[in-house]
Design a protein around this ligand. Structure first.
Ligand SMILES: [Zn+2]
Length: 330
């Protein structure tokens, strides 16, 4: 993006996505389809993280550029070709329920220099302004967040969406500290445990995506519901809560519905070298598979050093395929 900015003064979604995927390959596998009908589906790529336990997390994505517009910033969330048709974000969210995977916008946000002057107007408890995040060039925000901000933040929706977006490199980094999320209403003990405690693998990805939605929900004045929604095949958590706050869909069910005990059939087809069914290949530009987003974590006790009275518990991270070992502070 910095080279495109230097050469052309701008960057665009399709070449940025192409570069992202080719540069991330072969760690990230991607399978492009040719029959893609983006106009009716509103999505471009479907991403699946699959960890060593088989647990998987899916995201139906649409790429967008954070553009400077006059004194402010703009992301074309509400794009539509004609006034008579639904907006792209509405189509994306409708398609996401067909896949039972949350919808997300992949934002191409350029360099910190490009974002100079971006004022989100929101609090930064850690003291660092969101526009200065080094890794925010490619960031992901759930589409229900963008959709909620469009009317409530108005002209500042793009800057606020950028604030709530998580840098892709942070999502990929298992050593990043994880938030403790307190359920707003009684939920199944397994969901409460997931929200309160650190997670690994695909569960960690789901939790990072849930964090900003939960943060926004805390600021919404409506009673939290503890009813439960329908069953999703292979879902890690089932049934899921129906609480929706001011979001257009039950947000916990929307996000956690994407967390499965195993990848869905059309992804298993791809991994086995079979062609997935037509409804899947026509719906998206392709499928991105991120295998083994992090290794299996095993608790080990690090020997107590002579001058250190406190034993440090550490996570030993084991890549089962190549036996490469690293350590991350727990
Ligand atoms: Zn901010």
């Amino acid at each position: 993006m910095s080279k495109a900015l230097q050469a052309e003064g701008k960057f665009a979604e399709i070449p940025a996505t192409g570069l992202l995927l080719t540069e991330a390959s072969p760690d990230v596998r991607y399978y492009p389809f040719t029959q893609h009908q983006e106009k009716s589906v509103g999505a471009d790529w479907l991403w699946w993280w699959i960890d060593t336990t088989g647990t998987s997390f899916g995201l139906l994505t649409q790429a967008k550029v954070l553009r400077r517009q006059g004194p402010g910033w703009h992301i074309d969330f509400g794009y539509r070709r004609r006034k008579t048709e639904p907006t792209q974000i509405d189509k994306l969210l409708a398609s996401s329920s067909a896949f039972d995977a949350p919808a997300a916008h992949v934002l191409y946000c350029g360099t910190p220099a490009y974002r100079r002057g971006l004022e989100c107007g929101l609090a930064h408890p850690d003291g660092a302004n969101c526009r200065d995040r080094e890794r925010a060039g490619v960031s992901i925000v759930l589409s229900i967040v963008a959709q909620e901000l469009m009317p409530s933040a108005g002209r500042n929706a793009a800057a606020e969406a950028f604030h709530w977006a998580s840098p892709l490199e942070d999502i990929a980094d298992p050593s990043r500290p994880q938030p403790t999320l307190q359920p707003l209403a009684p939920v199944h003990p397994d969901i409460a445990d997931f929200m309160r405690n650190p997670q690994v693998g695909a569960r960690r990805i789901a939790k990072i995506m849930l964090d900003p939605v939960h943060g926004i929900r805390l600021g919404q004045y409506s009673a939290a519901l503890s009813d439960e929604a329908d069953h999703i095949e292979d879902a890690v958590f089932s049934p899921l809560p129906t609480d929706r706050g001011h979001f257009s869909v039950p947000y916990l069910a929307h996000v956690l519905g994407g967390l499965r005990h195993q990848p869905p059939g059309y992804v298993r087809d791809l991994l086995a070298g079979r062609t997935p069914p037509r409804w899947a290949t026509e719906s998206v530009a392709g499928i991105v598979v991120i295998r083994d987003p992090e290794p299996i974590a095993r608790d080990v006790v690090v020997p107590v050093e002579l001058n250190n009275a406190t034993a440090n518990r550490r996570l030993e991270l084991v890549h089962p395929k190549d036996d490469e070992r690293t350590e991350a502070a727990c």
